[in-house]
Design a protein around this ligand. Structure first.
Ligand code: PLP
Length: 475
């Protein structure tokens, strides 16, 4: 009760101050994906606090966190277990230099993560988030091949529609070309192959489509030269690309080709790791592949504090360490690598996931989530619905008979999102797609609420579009 009273007071203060806060943001913040033409004029919604699967805005509206923040709020908001762990660690040791000391939470977390990684991926390097995790994974392979005396083996193969981050190198590896405008992205060390999007298979069966993708991969390796190709970097499912789920068997086929040519397979589990698909890591149990390196971030702390990392195969590490090190230092790192407070938060987060059986909950409830999402198929605008675990996408098009979206569909997600916000749901609009990756603690009743709001948002948008087109015909 005391907590609820405090919250009401906080709301009131924030309500009074909201205009000032929004003005400060408008004048002084530069935020990710900023629309530069509106800089200083547009303000993003001010979120004041969260509780379970909900966040609240400065107007006091309660919103279902449909995208789970940025696919990261696994155990939900207002978890005292994690907040207390943060406080305890900050008071006992807020920082130590990872360059010449270590700390207990980082060591414990590394050992605990290694217990859940597949194969021999037992060596953990901590970073500050997902981009730095992928960047560090790529730098590790660069280092590895140089130490092994094959400096020519540097080429990276990635997919169109993939997303791997916002450092120079990870942005260059990201195949969502819409993000490239006005940045110098091109790199002759990187090749893009097709997105494994079954919607683009045309008349081919899924198996035939997979054969085409495999052939293209092999052909790319042949063109670049197998001795030059260092890495295949892939998300198990292409998350920001629109929850693109590759054909069955895709990852295992690609891994076999990587093995044939001594190419390191990096599985970017920044989204799929830490329970999103009902497993600590999805690569092996869900997607059938034991990669050489796994990158993670986001859900490792449920978003409470920043942390990322990578798990590297001992086989790889052994080749460049001990007697094989040739005097080398892996001189890659961050002031906040293995930050004690972040690692303490991750340990507390893993405790919550384990003690509440959240992985089993995700496995049990995913079928219901998929079923309810599928109930949106057939609505006007809905061209495709797809999901794995607790991540799903409703892809919308004005003309649903077309095999893929056109320029005219680009704002559909934002339009649906605007209606859903009014109804009490945040959607993650990516162009014409509505992506759902709610906190993993979501219940069946809350899934019902989320889907019904999304349904209504789509219906209202479709009605608006129909009215617009009638109006245009009159003119
Ligand atoms: C698959 C994947 N890799 C890497 C990143 C980058 O992570 P961060 O934004 O924490 O740097 C993201 C972010 O969405 C991602 O989805």
């Amino acid at each position: 009760m005391a907590q609820a009273g405090g919250r009401a007071r906080l709301n009131k203060i924030i309500g009074m101050q909201a205009r000032e806060i929004e003005a400060a943001a408008r004048h002084h913040l530069l935020t990710p994906a900023e629309d530069m033409s509106a800089l200083g004029r547009a303000a993003r919604p001010l979120i004041t606090h969260g509780e379970g699967i909900y966040v609240y805005d400065a107007m006091g509206r309660r919103l279902i966190d449909g995208p789970g923040g940025m696919w990261c709020t696994q155990v939900g908001y207002n978890r005292s277990e994690i907040a207390d762990a943060l406080q305890r660690q900050a008071l006992s040791l807020a920082y130590n230099s990872p360059w010449y000391t270590t700390n207990t939470p980082a060591a414990e977390l590394a050992a605990r993560i290694a217990r859940h990684t597949p194969g021999d991926l037992n060596r953990i390097f901590f970073t500050t988030g997902g981009s730095t995790a992928v960047d560090s994974a790529l730098r590790f392979v660069e280092y590895y091949n140089n130490v092994l005396g094959r400096p020519e083996k540097k080429h990276i193969i990635v997919r169109r529609d993939g997303y791997h981050g916002s450092t120079s190198l990870t942005a260059a590896c990201s195949g969502r070309t819409g993000n490239w405008a006005n940045f110098d992205i091109a790199s002759d060390r990187i090749s893009f192959i097709s997105s494994p999007n079954v919607r683009l298979a045309g008349n081919k069966s899924e198996a035939e489509f997979l054969d085409t993708l495999v052939e293209e991969f092999q052909q790319t390796i042949t063109t670049v030269g197998p001795r030059n190709v260092a890495v295949f970097l892939a998300e198990p499912l292409l998350a920001s690309g629109g929850v693109i789920i590759p054909p069955a068997g895709y990852h295992a086929r690609f891994k076999a080709i990587c093995d044939e040519h001594d190419i390191v397979y990096i599985s970017d589990e920044v989204v799929t790791g830490f329970g999103r698909c009902g497993e600590w890591f999805a690569s092996e149990p869900v997607f059938g592949v034991v990669p050489d390196i796994i990158t993670f971030a986001k859900g490792v702390t449920s978003g409470y504090v920043p942390l990322g990392g990578l798990a590297i195969s001992e086989r790889l590490v052994d080749k460049v360490s001990g007697a094989n090190a040739k005097g080398g230092y892996f001189s890659n790192g961050f002031t906040f690598s293995g930050h004690p407070v972040s690692c303490a938060a991750a340990l507390a987060n893993m405790d919550v996931i384990e003690s509440e059986g959240i992985l089993d909950h995700v496995k049990a409830i995913s079928g219901y989530f998929h079923e309810r999402l599928a109930s949106l198929a057939g609505l006007p605008l809905v061209a495709d619905v797809r999901a794995v675990g607790l991540v799903g996408c409703v892809e919308c098009q004005i003309d649903t008979s077309l095999p893929q979206a056109t320029e005219a569909d680009k704002r559909l997600g934002a339009r649906i999102d605007a209606h859903c916000i009014e109804l009490g749901l945040i959607v993650r609009p990516i162009g014409n797609m509505c992506v759902m990756s709610p906190p993993l603690i979501i219940t069946r009743a809350q899934i019902d609420d989320m889907i019904e709001m999304l349904r209504e948002g789509i219906v209202r948008t479709a009605a608006e579009i129909a009215a617009d087109s009638q109006q245009a015909q009159k003119v």
